[in-house]
Design a protein around this ligand. Structure first.
Ligand code: MTE
Ligand code: MO
Length: 411
């Protein structure tokens, strides 16, 4: 991670103050459909509404209004390696999300098994600790759930519940050191300002093991892509857990509790668990499987410039480009195949912006004869883990990473 240096001036406290109330004013506007987009999923629907009614957000695929679930239209991923803030996907569990946050009055509490309880202002965080910057992919555990067959319940996402950003913030380790973690600490629990809509329902909270929390990579971010966080992406502070699924990336973070016992809260212990099997995969209906908390991401790759069903030239070369990510490490290779995986060819990788983020790739392809082709793309990460050629299945619809294919017609 780089020190933020000159970058710091860009996100001044004054600007945080000025923009926050503007964001709050529009959050209460109702969301309604602007137009429809085709989003074919095996279990339907074939179409989804596109909305521009959410604050600080451009056109987004509307999955749900309360709480907001907004998906990034896939063509956005073709435009650049970083996903713009105004089209970065949004996912919340509870609908009681503050529509107004006073940056001057905001405090982050650090408490529990520490020497000293802290109550940090945004000023303390922006100017009192070393700043760091890191490119990282934020991907929902249920990204691509809509492709699970048999179908599972949950947000029926296509492939747009992910985004890559350059995050700026401070190291969680530095914040914990400031409070002084006491011997015997085992986990650290994170909570935000959002609240359950019904009494007695569990507040959204996630925990990390103490060593992970103190690894120097986990950060508390106050900016993404050089701007303050959009309200719906966690203004004013969110956790960034590089290489791990976004469920751990707690938004509107205002409470950090160091625990001397393992966390047994619903969101850590029960929700977001996966079968402890290869690819977190089981047979539909299989029971009695040991479940563990979801954790590190796995490699994926996508074509971004050609939609499935497109026509391409049968004589001239076609440029095929896309994005890939290694999951919890960098991308080693991206390979493609036009003969259903009998032979593979390496694509050219573009600039490395950081091992935890998207890696763009491209290749020139000349199809041998007119006809239909399935174009397969497969990422192998720097730990030697490759995408599988059959889809995984689990009841929560988590961790899909099968090798993607698109159909093209050469004519
Ligand atoms: N406070 C809070 N943080 C949260 C959640 C939430 O419901 N509340 N959802 C988590 C989940 S499951 C996901 S996928 C990501 C989504 O991040 P985004 O909305 O910035 O894309 O936020 C995570 N952080
Ligand atoms: Mo998620």
């Amino acid at each position: 991670m780089a020190e933020k240096g000159a970058f710091q001036g860009l996100i001044s406290r004054r600007r945080l103050l000025a923009e926050a109330s503007a964001a709050a004013a529009v959050l209460s506007r109702p969301a309604w459909a602007q137009k429809m987009i085709s989003l074919p999923l095996p279990g339907g629907p074939g179409e989804r509404e596109v909305t521009t009614a959410f604050p600080q957000k451009g056109p987004m695929i509307l999955q749900r209004t309360r709480p907001p679930l907004l998906e990034t239209p896939f063509e956005v991923f073709d435009k650049g390696v970083f996903t713009p803030n105004d089209q970065f996907y949004v996912r919340w569990h509870w609908a009681l999300i503050p529509t107004e946050i006073d940056p001057g009055g905001f405090r982050l509490t650090v408490r529990g098994h520490v020497n000293q309880t802290l109550s940090l202002s945004l000023n303390d965080i922006l100017h009192g600790l070393p700043g760091v910057e890191l490119a990282a992919l934020n991907q929902c555990s249920g990204n691509s759930r809509g492709f699970f067959q048999p179908r599972v319940s949950g947000g029926e996402w296509s492939n747009g519940a992910m985004g890559n950003a350059l995050w700026t913030g401070v190291r969680l380790r530095d914040v914990l050191d400031k409070a002084g973690v006491r011997p015997g600490a085992v986990q650290v629990r994170f909570k935000g300002l959002d609240e359950p809509v019904v009494e007695d329902a569990p507040h959204f909270m996630k925990s990390l093991d103490i060593d992970h929390a103190r690894d120097g990579e986990v950060m508390i971010a106050y900016a993404m892509n050089g701007e303050q966080l959009p309200l719906l992406n966690g203004f004013p502070l969110r956790l960034v857990v590089p290489g791990w699924y976004a469920t751990y990336w707690v938004k509107m973070l205002n409470d950090i509790e160091v625990l001397d016992q393992p966390d047994v809260n619903y969101w850590t212990k029960v929700a977001y668990t996966i079968p402890d099997t290869p690819h977190a995969s089981i047979k539909p209906g299989e029971t009695g499987v040991r479940m563990i908390p979801i954790n590190r991401m796995v490699p994926r790759s996508f074509v971004t410039n050609i939609a499935s069903g497109s026509k391409v030239s049968a004589t001239a070369p076609t440029t095929v480009r896309g994005i890939a990510f290694g999951g919890d490490c960098g991308v080693a290779t991206v390979d493609f195949s036009i003969d259903r995986g009998q032979s593979w060819h390496q694509a050219q990788l573009e600039k490395d912006e950081g091992k935890y983020g998207f890696r763009q790739w491209q290749t020139q392809l000349t199809l041998p004869a007119p006809g239909k082709y399935d174009l397969l793309v497969r990422c192998t990460n720097s730990n030697g883990v490759a995408q599988p050629d059959t889809p995984n299945w689990n009841p929560a619809g988590f961790m899909r990473n099968v090798t993607e294919s698109i159909e093209v017609v050469a004519a």
